[in-house]
Design a binder for this molecule. Structure first.
Ligand code: NAD
Length: 710
């Protein structure tokens, strides 16, 4: 029993799980639990069993690496059966976290006691899975179907106090957990707590109106779209209210297996590991320590600067927001207070917390006010001269060792760093809009960025609860570079016969929350138009170039902000516009292209292959460290459906040889942009996986049932 100790406290046996760091339900733990249950059963002098976690937590979850593999006995199922059949009361004593299979282990015990600060939950849905150890059957019996639905379909953790109110936890520990658990066992033995069989309990599930489930499905239909797991969860909870425990559990097992073997689950598990790996810097010495960041400056109080200031204020850091005029600052503060007011009115933020956060932001037009800042983030206009001027000023006032970051979307971070006397302290922090909402942060490492600067930026990202992905200092970094590649392909598809609404429909049917053209309209077409005008000065003349986007801007159509872009807008809802279709048809005619109907499947294949091929180039150039990093960027910053794992994972699942063949065929028809990336070709030849040097970097043994601590 090396992963489990079994000792006696008088007539009560205590089984302590010891599988650091999170006491995951490994084979060794399962064997130990089974032996402990059997030993307590066989030993007449043992009258009750307490199961508790050693170290900082109860059993935090199943081992994610076990999903999709054949079950090795004793499985969790066998343990649950043994617990349910145990003639002696078993008490789960929970501290730290009890998630997923770990929680189900506790739910199968007759009684549960928890430290008040413990957390429980069924996070499986976040990995495309569902509770598989009876969770959908225990929860409605303990807390009623409404709570069961909310907890299991959201995957969010629940505090022990809340769970106690719901009746899922029977008692909160008042002093030492083990002592209180032993006392609880004595209460059970003395009859002070009545004997019970939860599987037979029907108080909370009797006479439930079936409409409850249909309404819940209807309410969430849009959110869940083509996801498998949440629908299955509702089916199983509904079954719990109709069937016996055993019948419901059987149904749950079948549904779990279906989820476990789904592409969705594989994709979400890939992302879980990819997000964890993204925060690690494989080429940085572990001895490099991040510098503390306690005060922050933000330069530019526009859309991005305002959101960035909120991020830091929300994380508890004082922020000094600088702009050129009091009017600009007032505009910025209006954006900020408006955002807080919206959160308060939606009920997602208490007024008091909004007030505290707002009070952390002070404004200034005086550079000297930034002298104390440990980190200064610049978010002024996207113009090299303006940014360089700002960095010269920052260099003059910032204290030694302060980190100077630019939020540029397209400019050369090194050219910005170059105007300072401290290029090692400069890097890019590319926030996404709205910065206070979007979790992605591209951390752009310039050629002279010091390892300490990078390490500090990654630590800052953790403070902000952002998912940081390191990018090399190359045009468009990771996300916008790929957006450029597939956006270009979408423009060519328009010239060849597609319409913006067809392409957008194909993308939303694939799972993007919004189509590409609707997204451009939302972001504003003029910003990127201005950037294109600059780029056009140096663009090689022989390369194919679509003028459609420029012509739309020349018509004064800048998207939602002007009520017209690719679409017509009434408020924010887009309507296809015949004027745009006519313009596109004209462009095709001018180019001598005979328009043809393009099947949806071809549109999707061309867009996704363009993403994957560009992604492979980005990897080859070392702009991204791992294929998984690209997926993390695309899912968290660009709406790529998480259930499909990101563009690189999509290609991997489709088979790299078939992607290479498709790219090669497009190259023959559509020319230079489609040159297959050498990495894609090599990877396809090497057996259909990305080059070993650019694997998805899944750690082999990381274990936890929680997707929320990624
Ligand atoms: P914006 O026009 O809304 O705001 C820019 C702000 O900078 C204005 O308040 C302006 O007064 C101020 N400013 C200009 N020059 C200044 C100076 N010399 N000193 C101090 N303040 C100055 O622009 P934005 O959309 O917030 O973009 C800012 C930066 O963020 C750009 O580099 C942009 O490329 C980048 N970015 C934008 C987005 C986006 O979606 N808007 C996303 C990621 C990155």
């Amino acid at each position: 029993m090396s992963q489990l100790s079994y000792i006696r406290h008088g007539d009560i046996a205590v089984a302590t799980v010891n599988n650091p760091p999170v006491n995951a339900l490994s084979l060794g733990v399962r064997q130990g639990l089974m032996q402990a249950i059997e030993a307590s059963r066989a030993d007449k002098s043992v009258r009750a069993l307490v199961i508790i976690g050693g170290g900082s937590t109860f059993v935090a979850g199943a081992d994610i690496n076990d999903f999709g593999k054949p079950y090795e006995e004793p499985s969790l199922y066998a343990i649950i059966d043994a617990l349910m059949a145990s003639p002696k009361p078993v008490i789960a004593a929970i501290h730290g976290t009890a998630f997923g299979g770990g929680l189900e282990l506790a739910l199968a015990c007759q009684w549960r006691i928890a430290s008040p600060d413990a957390q429980i939950g069924q996070p499986e849905v976040k990995l495309g899975l569902m509770p598989g150890g009876g969770g959908t059957q225990w929860w409605p019996r303990l807390a009623g179907p409404e709570v069961a639905l909310a907890v299991t379909t959201s995957g969010n953790p629940v505090t022990a106090r809340q769970a106690h109110e719901w009746g899922v936890i029977d008692r909160l520990a008042e002093s030492k957990l083990l002592e209180d658990a032993l006392a609880m066992a004595q209460d059970v033995l003395s009859g002070a707590l009545p004997a019970r069989r939860l599987a037979e309990s029907t108080d909370k599930i009797r006479g439930v109106d079936p409409a409850l489930f249909d309404e819940f499905r209807k309410k969430n239909a849009r959110k869940w779209k083509d996801q498998l797991a949440p629908w299955k969860i509702v089916d199983c909870i509904e079954a719990a209210c109709r069937l016996s425990f055993d019948e419901g559990f059987r149904l749950e097992k079948e549904a779990f297996r279906e989820c476990e073997h789904s592409t969705q689950s594989r994709s979400l598990i890939h992302l879980f590991f990819a997000e964890r790996a993204a925060g690690k810097l494989p080429d940085t010495d572990a001895a490099v320590r991040p510098a503390p960041v306690a005060t922050v400056g933000v330069v530019g109080a526009g859309t991005m600067g305002a959101g960035i200031a909120m991020c830091f204020a929300n994380a508890g850091l004082p922020v000094t927001l600088l702009d050129t005029s009091d009017e600009a600052l007032a505009r910025g503060m209006k954006i900020i207070s408006g955002n807080y007011a919206t959160s308060v009115s939606r009920g997602s933020l208490p007024q008091a917390r909004a007030d505290v956060a707002l009070a952390r932001i002070r404004t200034t037009t005086d550079d000297a006010a930034l002298a104390d800042a440990d980190l200064i983030v610049e978010a002024v206009f996207e113009d090299m001269e303006i940014k360089q001027a700002v960095f010269r000023r920052l260099d003059a006032v910032a204290k030694p060792g302060a980190i100077l970051a630019t939020n540029t979307s397209t400019l050369d971070v090194d050219a910005i760093a170059g105007v300072t006397s401290r290029p090692g302290d400069v890097l890019g922090l590319h926030f996404f809009s709205p910065a206070n909402v979007m979790r992605l942060l591209e951390v752009v490492r310039g050629p002279r960025t010091a390892p300490e600067t990078l390490a500090t930026a990654m630590a800052v990202a953790r403070t902000l609860r952002k998912i940081a992905v390191v990018s090399g200092n190359a045009y468009g970094f990771i996300g916008n570079r790929i957006l450029g590649a597939y956006g270009r392909e979408a423009d060519f598809l328009l010239e060849e016969g597609a319409t913006p609404w067809q392409i957008d429909r194909v993308l939303t049917e694939f799972g993007f929350p919004m189509g590409l053209f609707a997204m451009r309209d939302m972001a504003g077409l003029d910003v990127i138009w201005r950037i294109r005008q600059q780029e056009n000065l140096t663009r090689p003349a022989h390369l194919r170039y679509s003028t459609i986007a420029d012509r739309i801007c020349e018509m004064g159509r800048f998207g939602q902000k002007t009520g017209r872009g690719y679409y017509l807008y009434d408020g924010r809802s887009p309507t296809p516009d015949p004027e745009i279709e006519a313009l596109i048809v004209d462009v095709s005619a001018e180019l001598g292209i005979t328009r043809k109907e393009i099947p949806d499947a071809e549109i999707l294949q061309r867009l996704l292959c363009a993403m994957a091929n560009e992604g492979a180039r980005i990897l080859e150039e070392g702009v991204a460290l791992r294929a998984g990093d690209i997926d993390v960027v695309y899912v968290n910053g660009y709406g790529f459906p998480a259930t499909r794992g990101g563009p690189m994972w999509w290609a991997h699942e489709a088979g790299l040889a078939s992607i290479r063949d498709a790219v090669t065929a497009y190259h023959q028809v559509h020319g230079e942009y489609w040159t297959p990336s050498p990495l894609l070709t090599r990877a396809a030849e090497a057996g259909g996986d990305w080059d070993a040097a650019h694997i998805f970097s899944h750690p082999p043994t990381t274990t936890t049932g929680s997707a929320s601590d990624a």
